[in-house]
Ligand binder design. Sequence first.
Ligand code: PLP
Length: 399
Amino acid sequence: MDYTSVLEFQLEELKQEGRYRYFLENARCAGAFPQSMARTATGEMAITVWCSNDYLGMGQHPKVRAAMHEAIERVGAGSGGTRNISGTTHYHVELERELADLHGKETALVFSSAFVANEAALSTLAQLLPGCVILSDEKNHASMIAGIRNGRGAKIIFRHNDLEDLEEKLAALPPKTPKIIAFESVYSMDGNIATIGAISDLADRYNALTYLDEVHAVGLYGPRGGGIAERDGVMQRVDIINGTLAKGFGVMGGYIAASRTICDAVRSFAPGFIFTTSLSPVIVAGALASIRHLKVSQNERDTHRDRVRAVKQRLARAKLPVIAGPSHIVPVLVSDPVRCKALSDTLLREHGIYVQPINYPTVPRGAERLRITPAPQHTDAMIDALVLALTASWQSVPG
Ligand code: PLP
C-alpha cells in the first residue's frame, strides 16, 4: 500500500468539504486577556480572542500565575512519575481534597485532562459492574463516547435531554440490570442545560447511577463554582461528577468527584489513571489557586453573566442568527462549512477578531457555526467592535 497517498487522499477530502482544521498560532498576552498576538503568513497582529474556553480568564489571574511561580521555585517543573511511582505530591493530594469539597463528595481523583477522566472512569465502571448498561445522551462529548466504547459493555443512546425517551429506555431494562446514566450539564456547542434533578429522579426510580460531565460549568455556575448541580441544589443526587481544570479554572487537567469506593475502583483499575505521569505540580498549584479563588469570589461569575447578556442582546439586535440558550455560550449559526471558515478568516484579517469556525464532526453537518464565548474581561468597546465586524463580514462574505 502507498500509505502516504491513502492518507493524503483522506486529508484532501476534508479540505474539499471545507472542514480541514487550520490552527491559528497565537500568544496570549499575560495578564491582558482577551488580548493575544497572532502570527500569520503576513506577520504578527494584535487580536481580541472571542472563542477561548478560559471562560473567566483565570489562566491570566495574578493569584494563579503567582501560585505557579511559587510552585516551580519550590518543587521544580515536573511530578517525576505516575501517581503510584513517586508522582503524588502534596499539591495533588490538596487538589483532590479541594475538589471533593467543591462538589460535596467523599473524594476526588485528578487526571491529565477531563477527556482522560471521562474515558478512564466510564470504561472502568462498565468493566467492573457485570452486565452494566450505559444510557448515554445522544449529544455526549467524544470523551464519554470513547469511555463507553472502550468499556465494551452495552450502550443505549437516549434523545438529547429527553426525559420521556430516557424513562422509556430505563423501564425496558430488567430491574436488576446495573445502569449508568451518562450526561452533561452544559452542552458546549448549543449551550443548553440538562435538568439534573429530573434525571436524578429517574435514576432513583430505576436504581441507576448518574455520571455527570460538568466540564463547561465548573467555576462558572453555583455559589462556589461547583457547576449547574450546585446551582440547582442537586449535587448530592449525582453519583459521579466529572470536571476540567482547563476551562472555567483556566489551567489544565481533569477529574472525577464521587464516593470513596467509586474513586478507589477507578484509581485501582483505570489504565488512563495508572499508566501515565501525573500532572506537573506547577499546573496543580495553579488549578488549586483558581478553585480556591472562585469558591469565594462572585465577581468573575457576576461580570461574566453581564457580558454574556450584553453580547447576546447586541447580536440579536443586529439580526444575526444567534442560537438562543440559557448558558454562557453564544453560537451564531452559519450552516455552511466553507462560509463559516471564510467568516472567521475575514473577522481575523480585517478586524483582528478571533472566532474559530466550528464544523463537522464537532457539530452535525449543516449546523456549522461561530461559537462566541464572552469573558468578564471583554469590555463594552470590544463588544461594539465584535458586533460591527460580524455584521460587516456577514454582508461581505457570500452565503
Ligand atoms: N467533556 C466535554 C463536554 C468537553 O467539551 C471537553 C472538552 O472540550 C471535555 C470533556 C474534555 O476536557 P479537557 O479539555 O479537560 O480534556
